[in-house]
Design a protein around this ligand. Structure first.
Ligand code: PDD
Length: 280
């Protein structure tokens, strides 16, 4: 595989980053995941807008122009022969010198890394027909989840807990209310109304969330942006998640309780179809 590091395209085993990079030492960096379907980038503009916001919030320079990012994404798709899959983009603060809590001087060049992951048949994931089972666990992440940082240890712990308990993912709960999934935004459907937590610093502002809510409004579906409990989700007609890599994925079981009929429901199915149709 060919990967991108600071302007160079290199075989993955020849790509290197400094051991002093603050991304490595302090999780001081941000990232984006963009899906590729039939060689086409999904929601590229939205992901770039969020990347720039994440960089801004951390007072990090944006090292590339929008055109540079686009050109690099296209080059990686081309060089790696990606039809369906993902592009991972990461910008870390770099670091010219020793470990220090203070940021390095202004003008320090951030480290940019990009790579592809091939996922043939990504849009036809069999799980979309059967749905995910999830558990709930406490949300123990930091309080700026709106910034897409590479500090992903708690989501990884949550994913491992889900795996150990034989399910697909975990929903995170704070003050009795669902914030989001390990790496996705969460929704329930009751009497035809789609309910999802409102945007704040408590959750990542999903790019897929924005697209799906736009398509839902266009299709005259009712949407309520408010928080909900696990009990309310278990008593809902449907539940689902959205993310750049899973698109719209139905959730059929929460903490062992079936959601609605326990089968994939019509609203999640329709939104998945619309999202895949409109974004390709
Ligand atoms: N995760 N919430 C969290 C905590 C996430 O990590 C993600 C994305 C989302 C959904 O955002 P979007 O629709 O923009 O992908 C919500 C990516 C896919 C990942 O970490 O792999």
């Amino acid at each position: 595989r060919t990967v991108y590091v600071n302007g160079d395209y290199l075989p993955e085993d020849q790509a290197t980053v400094s051991v002093f990079d603050r991304g490595f030492l302090m999780a001081d960096g941000v990232y984006e995941v963009v899906s590729v379907l039939d060689g086409k980038l999904l929601d590229f503009d939205g992901h770039l807008v969020r990347l720039k916001r994440s960089l801004d919030e951390l007072s990090m320079d944006n090292p590339l122009s929008d055109d540079d990012y686009l050109a690099a994404f296209r080059a990686l798709v081309e060089r790696n022969g990606i039809t369906d899959g993902m592009i991972y983009l990461q910008v870390t603060r770099g670091n010219p010198g020793d470990r220090d809590f203070a940021y390095p001087p202004a003008g320090t060049r951030p480290t940019v890394v990009m790579f592809t992951q091939s996922k043939p048949g990504l849009a036809d994931a069999p799980a979309a027909k059967t749905g995910w089972k999830i558990i709930s666990i406490p949300d123990q992440r930091w309080a700026r989840r709106d910034i897409k940082t590479v500090q992903l240890l708690y989501p990884s712990m949550a994913k491992m807990e889900a795996k150990a308990r034989g399910v697909d993912d975990a929903w995170l709960v704070e003050d009795g209310l669902v914030t989001e999934g390990t790496s996705n935004n969460t929704y329930i459907v009751k009497n035809g109304t789609i309910v999802t937590r409102a945007l704040s610093n408590d959750i990542l502002h999903g790019i897929t969330r924005a697209a799906v809510l736009r398509f839902a409004a266009e299709a005259q579906m009712q949407v309520e942006e408010r928080s909900f409990t696990i009990a309310e989700a278990q008593a809902a007609d449907e539940a689902f998640i959205t993310s750049a890599s899973a698109f719209v994925m139905p959730v059929v079981e929460i903490d062992g309780a079936a959601v609605g009929t326990g089968q994939v429901g019509p609203v999640a199915t329709r939104l998945r179809e619309i999202y895949l149709e409109e974004s390709r």
